[in-house]
Design a protein around this ligand. Structure first.
Ligand SMILES: [Ca+2]
Length: 193
């Protein structure tokens, strides 16, 4: 008799456990969210052309909100100046935090216009696990080419210049006033709400 009660209680406990399990919500799946990383207010305060010497570029450091982060687009605010740029090209490079190259592609100067504005470049999904750099080499001679906009609304903490492929601020512009107008769009994995 006693054993029957034990079986009955055990059975009820098992059924209740199964019901609770069936009703419990599964853990939410993380989702992907598109994010834009930027340090400028969207309006250039001026432009700076940096010549055509190989290894001379504009460099901006970015920190993704979460990792892994997948870069899908780079946006550049620039414009054409002078003449003779029709057959020139510029290079956009993505580097990891140690400045090791992750991606490189060149584009014609004529992607920009003389009036200036944002130019958006599709990137073939580069996945980063931490800080990274966008490095732009315009290869623009004095006569004409691409010049990149910069914003002075906030103190620069992320923009650099390079010479001989090494970080070196060689412009006469005060570094703290120059945020190169380079932006990154990518997908970050975020927990569901
Ligand atoms: Ca501005």
């Amino acid at each position: 008799m006693k054993r029957r009660w034990v079986y009955l209680v055990c059975g009820v406990v098992i059924i209740i456990s199964l019901l609770i399990g069936a009703c419990a919500k599964p853990a939410p799946e993380p989702t992907s969210k598109e994010v834009e990383l930027n340090y400028d207010d969207g309006q250039p305060d001026n432009y700076q052309a940096i010549g055509r010497t190989p290894g001379t570029g504009y460099l901006v450091n970015f920190s993704p909100p979460t990792t892994p982060f997948t870069i899908t687009k780079v946006r550049i605010y620039g414009k054409l100046y002078g003449t003779g740029y029709e057959n020139l090209t510029f290079v956009v490079q993505i580097q990891d935090k140690e400045l090791k190259e992750m991606h490189r592609e060149s584009y014609p100067h004529t992607r920009f216009t003389p009036t200036g504005g944002w130019w958006e470049l599709d990137i073939p999904k580069i996945k980063v696990e931490g800080d990274f750099y966008i490095h732009v080499f315009t290869h623009s001679p004095r006569e004409g080419g691409v010049t990149i906009g910069y914003d002075s609304s906030v103190k620069n903490e992320h923009s650099e210049m390079t010479r001989d492929w090494k970080i070196e601020w060689w412009s006469g512009l005060p570094k703290e006033t120059v945020n190169w107008m380079l932006r990154v769009i990518g997908t970050a994995v975020v927990p569901s709400e």
